[in-house]
Design a protein around this ligand. Structure first.
Ligand SMILES: NC(=O)c1ccc[n+]([C@@H]2O[C@H](COP(=O)([O-])OP(=O)(O)OC[C@H]3O[C@@H](n4cnc5c(N)ncnc54)[C@H](OP(=O)(O)O)[C@@H]3O)[C@@H](O)[C@H]2O)c1
Length: 276
């Protein structure tokens, strides 16, 4: 698996990870669901991936990840990221304690302020938690381009921010205007959410055959096209597509292999989606 450096440390992060929004918000009582989600995590880690991103906002996802990692050898390798999604110092601490309990861990690789909710309050707590070794990295996230200026302001004011998570895909390219460069210039790792615009990218291409240029970069699916477009951007540290299906995880992991689009092909790829 291709890796990218985390600028604030010497650690390298595999470029494809796993999101858990919706996909992991389920009960593990039914064996087929449990087996499928365990397989998704196994596929990721066997391919060298480590990043699993969750949040208390995602219903049962943290508990499901915690339970599945209990019986998987993946736990030792996993880079678990979650978020604080509430207001108030004490409420934030209680929520993060609960996340650690559900994830069945005493420390977390990356704790992020979800959607910039009560950022100053939580960053103060997270600086203390980092000093105590309860988190390795601190992050901020958002889901919409209208918050990119606020993300940049927070990064400029807070050198302790190690990661910035935001949407970027062939159909949501606002991050290319300046957020990606801003993060690179400030030594902040980028975590890419909504790489398929949730399901909108697949809806846009619907039953279309893959374009001729897909073969030039060894792509056999729209998901691989979407992910290769992002991997080819050196300012991207890690991408976290969500899936509940092992065959989709396998598909997504194929994007790390083979040729990557050059600048000219990336322009054609973007134009193709703009013209749909
Ligand atoms: N503010 C925030 O912090 C924030 C906001 C948004 C997202 N996130 C994080 O980013 C992650 C990714 O974003 P997202 O979940 O919103 O959207 P996404 O990853 O762009 O899309 C997920 C959807 O794509 C489908 N999918 C995955 N792989 C596929 C494949 N190979 N072929 C066809 N369909 C495929 C999944 O369905 P199947 O389950 O059927 O595969 C799911 O419906 C989230 O899960 C979450 O961890 C964070």
């Amino acid at each position: 698996m291709q890796t990218r450096p985390i600028p604030h440390s010497a650690e390298n992060l595999p470029v494809i990870g796993l999101g858990t929004f919706r996909a992991f918000d389920t009960s593990l009582t039914a064996t087929p669901i449990r087996d499928a989600l365990a397989d998704v995590i196994r596929q990721l880690t066997e391919a060298g991936g480590t990043m699993i991103d969750s949040s208390p906002m995602y219903g049962r996802a943290e508990a499901v990840v915690g339970e599945l990692l209990e019986t998987e050898p993946a736990r030792a390798k996993a880079f678990i990221a979650t978020k604080v999604w509430t207001r108030g110092k004490h409420e934030g601490i209680a929520a993060m304690d609960e996340s650690l309990r559900l994830l069945r861990t005493s420390s977390i690789a990356l704790m992020q302020v979800h959607n910039l909710i009560d950022t100053e309050t939580h960053l103060a707590t997270l600086r203390e938690w980092k000093a105590q070794g309860r988190v390795r990295y601190i992050g901020i996230t958002h889901y919409t381009a209208s918050a990119f200026d606020a993300l940049k302001k927070t990064i400029a004011a807070h050198p302790e921010v190690d990661f910035c998570q935001f949407p970027y895909s062939l159909i949501e390219r606002a991050a290319e205007r300046d957020l990606l460069s801003f993060c690179a210039d400030h030594g902040v790792a980028t975590l890419i959410n909504r790489p398929f615009g949730q399901d909108e990218l697949f809806a846009k291409v619907a039953d279309r055959a893959l374009p001729d240029w897909a073969a030039e970069i060894g792509c056999t699916s729209w998901a691989q096209i979407a992910l290769k477009y992002l991997i080819a951007d050196a300012r991207v540290t890690c991408i976290i597509p969500a899936t509940s299906k092992p065959h989709h995880m396998r598909d997504n992991l194929k994007a790390v292999a083979g040729a990557m689009p050059d600048a000219a092909l990336r322009t054609r790829m973007a134009a193709f989606f703009d013209n749909l």
